[in-house]
Design a protein around this ligand. Structure first.
Ligand code: GDP
Ligand code: GDP
Length: 460
């Protein structure tokens, strides 16, 4: 358990830049254009020996109506509520603006624990602006430069006592927890159900307008991501921690995969990379389809990418509420799925309505099952019995009269499951025989929807 720091402040003061520096990966998107960062985004941060969760909030917007800006402001307030400490950034080069003052007022009203910092203060460029920030009445402004990494030792010094206090408080309140291991099969000896400390990493990917944001909002049960008609609101990979029907999950949203002409090229390129990155963070990937236009090229590419990356895949057909002839449509979907995505044979296909919430229980089941399968470990004894049966039922070919022998099999890895088979003449094993074994493993050990890899090792 670590404490949570929210970085707050009006647009363009450098929140995302600082977030990136603390998280150490280029998770957020930085751009000169104000308001690029519009969602709450979390990352695991490090500063010296301090580890904490950092939230990059939306910028301060003062509109009270239900416009995009109004919603961004609500998100900011929520960031403040969720955080243990707020880092309030102002721009040392610009000095204090009226927006900063109103923001300071919000922080005071929320009774937040605030560290004030004047950013862009590299060299001595920001001394005047930093002095001005005293007027906000939030204590001494640190002078930092997110871009150049200056002043971070002061930030450390300000955070350290708070972190210690948090750790002490938490230690006092936390009972000892045993990791629960269900009894039964061997698989369950290695499977650890997701916990708050190690949540299931989930990515929701799909084409623009498939309903990703609506789905994630529904799961979160709150308006934490923005949905709406604005194109390309979510431009980069963002993540939120939540519980989905009792299971701790971290959800990565990759709306960056949208191809929208409206967004300028530079942003768009970064976004696609962000989308793919979110798949890399994920253990289970939900490929969300719009049931009205399912399995288009872009969907197939996305699903294929998830498989190639070795992720467990669940396909969810969304907007099921709009469907009139449900049984017929379902049949159609299944056929198309089998035909177009043979590499994902057996992956669960569930129908959902992100809008009404119908089918979310099925989706949750499918995700948990996929995660379990992805982590599955099969004993060497079972595998070798199985291999014997498989080769007896259908022996490998005998190129040039010399039979290929598959001698011994073991599971080399999990997440996803990978197997090694010691064999002779491995270079002669046809691909079709490999497929026969993979399909057999899938069927006999009940491993739908997870990529399975078999590696052959030559053994004389
Ligand atoms: P946000 O809207 O608050 O998230 O701000 P960004 O992180 O997107 O930064 C806005 C602009 O300020 C970008 O052009 C950054 O490169 C720039 N910036 C951020 N930190 C610094 C800094 O420490 N010094 C200078 N000179 N520029 C910075
Ligand atoms: P994203 O681009 O994938 O994040 O898609 P959004 O979540 O922004 O949704 C795109 C549009 O589809 C919005 O107008 C949503 O209201 C609508 N939508 C999303 N899910 C459903 C659903 O289950 N049923 C219906 N009828 N509409 C939906």
């Amino acid at each position: 358990m670590s404490f949570t720091l929210a970085i707050v402040g009006r647009p363009n003061v450098g929140k995302s830049t600082l977030f990136n520096r603390l998280v150490g990966k280029r998770l957020a998107l930085v751009d000169d254009q104000p308001g690029v960062t519009r969602d709450l985004r979390e990352g695991d941060a490090r500063l010296g020996d301090l580890k904490f969760i950092v939230i990059d909030s939306a910028g301060l917007e003062l509109a009270e109506d239900d416009s995009l800006q109004g919603r961004m402001r609500r998100l900011t307030e929520r960031a403040v509520e969720e955080a243990d400490v707020c880092l309030f950034l102002v721009d040392a080069r610009v000095g204090v603006t009226p927006a900063d003052e109103i923001f300071a007022e919000i922080l005071r009203r929320k009774n937040a624990h605030v560290i004030l910092a004047a950013n862009k203060a590299e060299g001595h460029a920001g001394v005047a602006g930093a002095l001005e920030a005293w007027s906000l009445g939030l204590g001494e402004p640190l002078q930092i430069s997110a871009e150049h990494g200056e002043g971070l030792d002061d930030l450390y010094a300000a955070l350290k006592p708070l972190a210690d206090e948090f750790a002490a408080r938490h230690a006092a309140n936390t009972p000892e927890v045993d990791v629960e291991i269900e009894e039964g099969s061997e698989e369950e000896e290695v499977y650890r159900a997701p916990t708050a400390a190690k949540p299931l990493q989930l990515a929701v990917i799909g084409r623009p307008n498939a309903g990703k944001s609506t789905l994630i909002n529904k799961i979160l049960g709150e308006d934490r991501l923005l949905t709406g008609p604005e194109a390309g609101i979510t431009r980069d990979a963002i993540s939120v921690s939540t519980e989905f029907m009792g299971t701790p999950m971290r959800i990565w949203d990759t709306a960056g995969m949208r191809k929208k002409g409206k967004v300028n090229d530079k942003l768009e390129k970064l976004s696609v990379a962000d989308g793919l990155r979110a798949v890399r963070f994920a253990e289970v990937v939900v490929v969300l389809l719009d049931v009205n236009i399912p399995f288009e090229t872009q969907d197939l590419r996305i699903a294929d990418f998830a498989e190639t990356e070795g992720r467990a895949v669940v396909v969810a057909a969304n907007k099921w509420d709009l469907e009139e002839d449900k049984p017929e449509k379902l049949k159609e979907l299944r056929e198309a799925f089998e035909r177009l995505l043979p590499q994902l044979k057996g992956a669960p296909l569930v129908t959902v309505s992100a809008k009404t919430g119908k089918g979310l229980d099925r989706l949750n089941d499918a995700i948990l099952k996929a995660h379990r399968v992805w982590n599955r470990r099969i004993s060497t004894a079972k595998l070798n019995n199985w291999l014997t049966a498989m080769t007896e039922a259908h022996p490998p070919p005998a190129p040039g009269g010399r039979r290929i022998k598959l001698r011994y099999m073991t599971q080399a890895k999990t997440r996803p499951p990978g197997f090694v088979i010691m064999a002779t003449h491995t270079d002669k094993i046809p691909e079709s025989y490999g497929r026969y074994l993979v399909n057999g493993l899938r069927a006999d050990f009940d491993m739908p929807g997870t990529p399975i890899r078999i590696f052959f090792r030559d053994q004389g």
